[in-house]
Design a protein around this ligand. Structure first.
Ligand SMILES: [Zn+2]
Length: 381
């Protein structure tokens, strides 16, 4: 039954936007099927009212209060090829520290035109326990203003949306020292060091980013001796190991054109939330998607081993959310999987959500659709 719902939504996402009437029939049928489906779920927390809500930010209605016991179980309506955004938002909404921050950030201010206010309002509606789904239309509208690539109605990339939203939030919320809740939670500091192979002089270059883009080997890599080695840890080991720098290197120290080695390391402090993008999309002539299956851990991902100075107790991470992409680059569908209270896993498919069976079937969660992995520091989870 779940599969039917998925297929209907995949078809929906493949349709070209053509006004609101286009998929009403499909949506109505899918909704009916999903209502029947969810009435069979016993273990999901009961929502006080099954209703849909669209935030009206300019209304006098006061902001809802967050109800942590419901764990933010709330679907997000698709407003035309927006499953990428819904998938991204479910991942971010599941970061407790971020949700708490935005819960405390604003009081009612209907005139506030910021992305931050729209995000806070949406998160409060999602976490109020009063809505089975909400429509993130106003947030999309405001993110579009700062990142116009999302302003057409085409299918986009969930990681790009996460990045654009975090950039917009950071710009609005940063203090004089360029810090914000975004840098506090997400900032991954890396040092790339190029070492001359003639004089061995290291040339370090520090950078920071809100996520780690991790290259994947092509699907054909799966055959033969590597088949069992494709774990997230393997890819991270590969990413952070020392390797030959492509091409010639001019060393300013010894004034030679020579070759060099390059190595990347993580720097302290390690972020509270570590977002990893599995780079499945190759935007070259072929526009292929890499379907390679990557095994990734739910708990105890040790990222401290990639740090320049081993952090003592701060380096273990647990998985809290996944943005999944199924299908091809041109016509696909995004969903999300999130770990909620009591380590229960839920899948989110636009306005629908459901619990993944309690004797966790790892293969339902760890799939080759996994595209963005959100890890949270264990002690803060
Ligand atoms: Zn040199």
């Amino acid at each position: 039954m779940v599969q039917n719902g998925h297929n209907a939504l995949v078809k929906m996402c493949q349709l070209q936007p053509n006004g609101d009437g286009r998929t009403r029939q499909t949506v109505a049928n899918t909704r009916k099927a999903a209502t029947a489906r969810f009435s069979n779920i016993h273990s999901a927390p009961k929502l006080s009212r099954q209703k849909h809500k669209e935030p009206k930010l300019d209304s006098e209605e006061s902001l809802p209060k967050i109800n942590p016991s419901v764990g933010g179980l709330c679907g997000l309506e698709n407003i035309g090829n927006t499953c990428f955004m819904n998938s991204a938002l479910q991942c971010l909404a599941n970061i407790t520290a971020m949700t708490q921050h935005f819960d405390n950030l604003f009081s009612d201010s209907p005139d506030d035109q910021t992305v931050s206010y729209a995000y806070a309002h949406l998160i409060k509606l999602m976490w109020s326990g009063e809505n089975s789904s909400v429509t993130p239309r106003e947030l999309k509208h405001r993110v579009n203003r700062s990142a116009p690539i999302f302003s057409d109605n085409g299918q986009q990339d969930s990681q790009e949306f996460i990045n654009s939203l975090l950039d917009a939030l950071h710009k609005e919320l940063k203090d004089d020292s360029n810090e914000s809740i975004v840098t506090q939670l997400f900032s991954i500091k890396t040092r790339s060091t190029v070492t001359c192979s003639h004089c061995f002089m290291p040339d370090p270059n520090d950078q920071s980013s809100n996520f780690l883009p991790l290259p994947l080997p092509p699907s054909s890599f799966m055959s033969g001796k590597h088949a069992k080695q494709l774990t997230l840890e393997y890819l991270l080991d590969d990413f952070f190991k020392e390797a030959d720098l492509d091409g010639d290197y001019y060393c300013a120290m010894c004034n030679q054109i020579t070759v060099a080695k390059q190595k990347s390391d993580l720097c302290s402090p390690m972020p509270q939330v570590f977002v990893i993008q599995l780079k499945r999309f190759t935007y070259n002539n072929s526009n292929d998607k890499i379907d390679t299956f990557i095994e990734f851990p739910f708990n105890n991902l040790d990222l401290g081993r990639y740090a320049i100075a081993q952090p003592s107790d701060d380096s273990l991470y647990d998985l809290i959310a996944i943005s999944n992409h199924q299908g091809s680059l041109s016509s696909g569908h995004y969903t999300a999987t999130a770990r909620k209270v009591n380590d229960k896993w839920f899948s989110f498919n636009d306005q629908y959500f459901e619990e993944i069976s309690s004797n966790i079937n790892r293969r339902q969660i760890v799939t080759n659709n996994a595209y963005v992995l959100v890890y949270s520091k264990q002690r803060n989870r």
